[in-house]
Design a protein around this ligand. Structure first.
Ligand SMILES: O=C(O)CCC(=O)C(=O)O
Length: 327
C-alpha cells in the first residue's frame, strides 16, 4: 500500500519532512551528552593547568580545543556505533540515553511507518557527525565523512551483500544545526534512485564511493537544506554526498536508519531490533540499558574477527551497473 510520503520518497529519492522534532526536548539532550564526552576528554588529555579554563568554554570552543589535541580517532568518541576496524574490549562508542530516546522517538517512527509500514527495526548503520568549518580541519580530515565532506554514494552500498539485495532501509538524517549549502548540506540528484544499486569503489580511506561519480558534478543538484526540527529521508538508492562546511560555524547531524522487520540488517551482528510492531511481544528491547547490552554482546562477537563491519562494495561482474553506462 502506498501513501503520499512513500510515493514521493520512492519517486524522487529524497524527502524533507518539516517540523518533526523539538530542539529542546528531542535534540539538545544529545548535544549535552556530546559535551559531557568532551569534558571527559578534557580531563584526560588537556594540560592540567588548562583544565578548569577549558571546562568553562562553550560547546564549540571545547570541541575546537580537543580537536587540536591529536586524540587518536577522535570522531569515534562521538559516534553511535562500534569502530569499523580493530574492535577491542575497551572500544568506546557514543550510545547514550539521549540517542536511545532519539532512535525510538515516536515522532520519527510515525514518519518511518509511512515509508516502511508498521513492522520496523532500528538498523545499526548510524552516525553522528560534528563538522567544524572546513578551514579549521587538518588536511587529512577534509574528505572524512564524519568531520568533513562525504563522497557520492548510495546508502545500500554500505551494507553487506545480503543487505544490498534484501533490505528495505530508509535513512533519517537529522540536523542539530540549521543546515545550508554554505555549511555543508547534503546534495542529491532527483529521481537518480531509480537507477537501482550501482557500482562503487573504495575511496582513499576505504570509504564507499560511487564509481564515475565525477559524472554527477555537472548534473542538476538538489540542495538538501534543513532547519532544526526537520528530518530528511533518503531512499537506499538515492545517490548523495555532502558539501564542505565553508561557513564559520559548526554543522552537527545524526543519520539513523530503519529497515523492514525480518530482513537482514546488512551489518550483522550489530544491534537490529524492533522499534515498532503491531505485536507488542516483538518489542523486546524496551530501554537504554537493554540496547547497550546488545552493543556489548555484538562487541564480544566482533573482537575475534577484529572488525565491526566491512564494506563489500557492490561491484557487479560487468560494467553494466556503472553510472557511466546508465546516463
Ligand atoms: O551528513 C553527511 O555529511 C552525510 C550523510 C550521509 O551521507 C548519509 O547519511 O548517508
Amino acid at each position: 500500500m502506498t501513501n503520499s510520503l512513500q510515493k514521493k520518497l520512492y519517486e524522487n529519492g529524497y524527502l524533507i519532512v518539516k517540523n518533526v522534532l523539538n530542539f529542546n526536548t528531542d535534540l539538545k539532550p544529545i548535544l549535552n551528552d556530546m559535551e559531557f564526552v568532551m569534558d571527559c576528554l578534557i580531563q584526560k588529555y588537556a594540560k592540567k593547568r588548562e583544565v578548569k579554563k577549558i571546562l568553562n568554554l562553550d560547546f564549540k570552543k571545547k570541541y575546537s580545543y580537543i580537536s587540536k589535541l591529536n586524540i587518536y580517532d577522535l570522531d569515534q568518541y562521538f559516534n553511535t556505533r562500534l569502530p569499523r576496524d580493530h574492535v577491542k574490549r575497551d572500544s568506546d562508542y557514543f550510545a547514550t540515553q539521549s540517542l536511545w530516546n532519539l532512535i525510538t522517538n515516536k515522532k520519527i517512527l510515525d514518519v518511518v511507518e509511512k515509508i516502511l509500514g508498521k513492522e520496523i527495526m532500528s538498523n545499526p548503520v548510524q552516525n553522528t557527525r560534528i563538522k567544524q568549518p572546513e578551514k579549521k580541519l587538518p588536511k587529512g580530515s577534509i574528505h572524512d565523512g564524519l568531520s568533513g565532506r562525504t563522497p557520492w554514494h548510495q546508502d545500500a552500498a554500505v551494507l553487506n551483500t545480503r543487505g544490498q539485495k534484501l533490505t528495505d532501509m530508509v535513512t533519517v538524517w537529522i540536523p542539530f544545526t540549521k543546515t545550508t549549502k554554505k555549511n555543508g548540506c547534503m546534495i542529491t540528484v532527483k529521481k537518480i534512485n531509480k537507477m537501482g544499486l550501482l557500482n562503487h569503489i573504495s575511496g582513499y580511506r576505504g570509504q564507499v564511493e560511487l564509481k564515475n561519480s565525477e559524472l554527477l558534478d555537472d548534473m542538476k543538484h538538489i540542495y538538501l537544506e534543513a532547519n532544526i526540527g526537520d528530518v530528511i529521508l533518503l531512499h537506499k538508492h538515492s545517490i548523495h554526498c555532502s558539501l564542505p562546511n565553508r561557513s564559520d560555524d559548526f554543522r552537527i547531524s545524526a543519520d539513523l536508519r530503519y529497515n523492514v522487520a525480518g530482513q537482514p540488517s546488512g551489518r550483522e551482528p550489530l544491534p537490529n531490533f524492533y522499534v515498532r510492531s503491531k505485536n507488542k511481544k516483538n518489542l523486546k528491547i524496551k530501554n537504554f540499558k537493554q540496547w547497550l547490552s546488545l552493543w556489548e554482546r555484538a562487541k564480544e562477537k566482533c573482537i575475534p574477527r577484529k572488525y565491526a563491519f566491512k564494506y563489500p562494495l557492490p561491484t557487479f561482474k560487468t560494467n553494466r551497473r556503472d553510472l557511466s553506462k546508465l546516463i
